[in-house]
Unconditional design. Structure first.
Length: 468
């Protein structure tokens, strides 16, 4: 097999311009965007049928706007997807109920869409765009030529076939086979401190305004809201002292937690559970090296963070759109393609570093930093709470919201409330500053993970999937 030329072309035309491994949110979306540019694209997935997969299923305003630009929003509405217009947010003792901020082109503030509803629509969009979608196809390795990845080894029906391409994209999730085959190293690894469980209910009372519930107080973290096809999602995170006892009776534990959150308890007053209880625990957040000669990672394959922020789907869309723009016009040149892949990697790390930290802060065991609800309370009082919601949809940066002036201002009152409160407030500021310095240093000069590759663990009930 001949290798790529160093100049503007290739020694031999490959079968595809791009082979994408993984046909979920990241891979199917990228396949659509690239095929619409007229490129020869193959999208592979080992699943014979696109069904449910482990996911929080939450989409924020930016994700909905992207799906609308992609041209699939009407198809999703026809499949039973509804959007939420308001948020009920609690951070410690501060609570507010406000509409989601909307920008031109937005079609809703948030939505909960099960992956068995969302992913098939995205796969169909890739097919309609001209991508060749091959389900039931397992990638077992990559093809190399003179140190460059030039394709994959794919198995379908027990037969292994090499597929050549100018670029191989690993969009195959946390346990990425492409990342393993290409030797992509992990860095900025952060063990998750919590576990998360969620389920769907039918017959819930969602009230006159579709509202997303996000409550975080003490060691409790809960979410709820209308989902597709009349369902209602409930997500909870056990407190530190009850993690093992929680798993002993998942149904009873989840219901007991839900009843401690007033808006969720009210919604569930006449509801019945309509799905398994899904869960994730013992997970790690990480970055992986984003790419190299002839290959690149996308979505969870390259970056995963604490699910507390519910940004996995949104980040997949964000990265797919950026990568399509970066590589779409340079696939005829190995040199330009490698530069584009390297640039994408720098952009990814720079863009997601602070959100990686934000997710870890939301997912910390125990209460979140006390200065956060104080800042948010002040913003709400001044009619500026939209900035906080834009932060959760990645339309604002952490420093846009938690500015030094606001943090210091929110701490000033604590300094006047006696020695004990003063020491606690100053200690919290020191910890926040030290954590931020450590995180910035970690991204500036990555320390690569050594030892066995950490893998998230899914924990479900033993009952079969409930259907509607």
């Amino acid at each position: 097999m001949s290798g790529p030329a160093e100049g503007s072309g290739w020694a031999a035309a490959p079968e595809y311009d791009v082979v994408v491994v993984g046909a979920r949110c990241a891979g199917a979306t990228l396949g659509t965007l690239l095929a619409r540019r007229g490129l020869r694209v193959a999208v592979l997935d080992q699943a014979a049928e696109i069904r449910s997969t482990l996911s929080s299923n939450i989409l924020q305003a930016d994700s909905l706007a992207f799906l609308n630009r992609l041209g699939v929003m009407e198809r999703l509405r026809a499949a039973g997807v509804t959007t939420m217009s308001h948020v009920d947010m609690r951070l410690e003792e501060f609570r507010c109920r406000v509409p989601f901020p909307q920008l031109p082109g937005d079609v809703g503030g948030a939505a909960c869409v099960r992956r068995e509803v969302l992913d098939p629509v995205l796969v169909d969009a890739a097919r309609a765009a001209g991508a060749e979608v091959r389900l039931g196809t397992r990638v077992v390795g990559v093809v190399r030529d003179a140190g460059r990845v030039t394709g994959v080894r794919a198995v379908s029906g027990g037969v292994e076939t090499p597929l050549r391409a100018r670029l191989v994209v690993g969009a195959d999730g946390r346990n990425s086979r492409v990342a393993e085959a290409c030797g992509a190293r992990m860095y900025h690894v952060s063990p998750g401190e919590r576990s998360y469980y969620w389920a769907y209910f039918e017959g819930a009372d969602t009230g006159p305004r579709p509202t997303f519930v996000f409550h975080r107080w003490g060691d409790r973290h809960m979410l709820g809201g209308p989902a597709d096809n009349g369902l209602y999602i409930v997500g909870v995170s056990p407190q530190r002292h009850e993690r093992e006892s929680f798993r002993a009776d998942l149904d009873g534990s989840l219901r007991a937690h839900a009843l401690r959150c007033a808006p969720i308890a009210e919604a569930l007053s006449g509801a019945t559970r309509a799905s398994r209880i899904h869960g994730i625990r013992r997970f790690f957040g990480y970055f992986r090296e984003a790419g190299g000669p002839g290959w690149v990672l996308l979505g969870d394959a390259g970056h995963f963070k604490d699910p507390a922020g519910g940004r996995g789907i949104g980040d997949a869309f964000h990265q797919a759109e950026r990568l399509a723009d970066a590589v779409g016009d340079v696939l005829g040149s190995a040199v330009r393609l490698d530069r584009a892949v390297a640039g994408f990697g720098r952009w990814r790390d720079r863009t997601y570093a602070e959100y990686h930290g934000l997710a870890a802060d939301l997912g910390v065991a125990g209460p979140i930093a006390g200065v956060v609800p104080r800042v948010v309370r002040g913003l709400h009082a001044r009619g500026q709470v939209d900035g906080v919601l834009d932060l959760l949809s990645h339309r604002a940066s952490v420093l846009d919201v938690l500015t030094p002036a606001r943090v210091l201002g929110a701490t000033a009152g604590e300094l006047l409330r006696g020695p004990g409160r003063r020491r606690a407030a100053l200690g919290e500021l020191r910890r926040l500053a030290a954590t931020e310095v450590r995180r910035r240093n970690a991204m500036r000069k990555p320390v690569f993970h050594s030892g066995p590759t950490p893998r998230p663990v899914q924990q479900d009930t033993s009952e079969p999937e409930l259907s509607r």
